[in-house]
Design a protein around this ligand. Structure first.
Ligand code: CDP
Length: 230
């Protein structure tokens, strides 16, 4: 059977990665979290003082961009793939609210996108992949076999992320999370390079009122309909 490319795009914190990961497991496909790659570059910038007052020192970043190694590797202790930056497992560090607050500033840089997109295409070239992000169905794999565009109300998305983040950062507030999601969605939709857009041939999933298992049944049904037509 043909190994498909499945693109999952959508707004911040609408459950794309949980859904994409589970789907990849069910299909025995590879899952790629493209957002983790932009988060890893952001972490690099923070650690190397390449961001000051929310402004990225683009020319310094471009000097070292080619030397950055961002990859996914299986981590036995986590029993899942983790994101690695120059050989270090940064899976936890890239999920901090500091990284979240700056990632959209880094991901809007043309050269950063070009470098990441090249890696993403390489990872997906043999198919059998579920990749989630913002521009997967529009730019990275415009010919993807299945494109899903996920959305949910801001209230629902913020509450979900808050429940996750409060366990790691006890001082975080729902208000801060909501502001961050709103701000990132704005920047992601309004940047000039590969803005977040729904591809014309994407299937829209609003999961505000869905449980994870309802969502998975919905998704598998849509994918089977697509496969039947291939
Ligand atoms: O998990 P969450 O929805 O919070 O975001 P993410 O998937 O980890 O993505 C973090 C950020 O990376 C987004 O807000 C975008 O700025 C950027 N991103 C992007 O520009 N293109 C992608 N394909 C994936 C993420």
């Amino acid at each position: 059977m043909k190994k498909l490319i499945i693109a999952v795009d959508g707004f911040a914190s609408c459950g794309k990665s949980t859904m994409a990961k589970e789907l990849a497991e069910k299909l025995q496909y590879i899952y790629i979290d493209s957002g983790a790659m932009y988060r890893a570059v952001t972490l690099f910038c923070l650690r190397n003082s390449l961001i000051s007052k929310n402004i990225v020192d683009v020319s310094q970043l471009l000097d070292v961009l080619d030397e950055l190694r961002v990859e996914f590797r299986y981590v036995p202790e986590m029993d899942k793939n983790g994101t690695f930056l120059n050989g270090e497992n940064v899976e936890v560090a890239i999920r901090s609210s500091e990284v979240s607050s700056l990632v959209s500033e880094v991901s809007k840089i043309k050269e950063v996108r070009e470098t990441m997109v090249k890696l993403q295409r390489e990872m997906g070239k043999n198919g059998g992949i579920v990749m989630d992000g913002r521009d997967i169905g529009t730019v990275v794999f415009p010919n993807a076999d299945v494109k899903i565009f996920v959305t949910a109300s801001l209230e629902v998305r913020a509450t979900r992320r808050y429940k996750e983040q409060i366990l790691k950062e006890p001082n975080i507030t729902l208000k801060e999370i909501k502001a961050n999601l709103n701000h990132r969605d704005f920047l992601d939709q309004n940047r000039s390079e590969s803005p977040l857009r729904q591809a014309a041939d994407a299937i829209v999933l609003d999961n505000s009122e869905m449980t994870p298992s309802e969502q998975m049944s919905w998704l598998l049904e849509k994918i089977n309909e697509k496969i039947a037509k291939i």
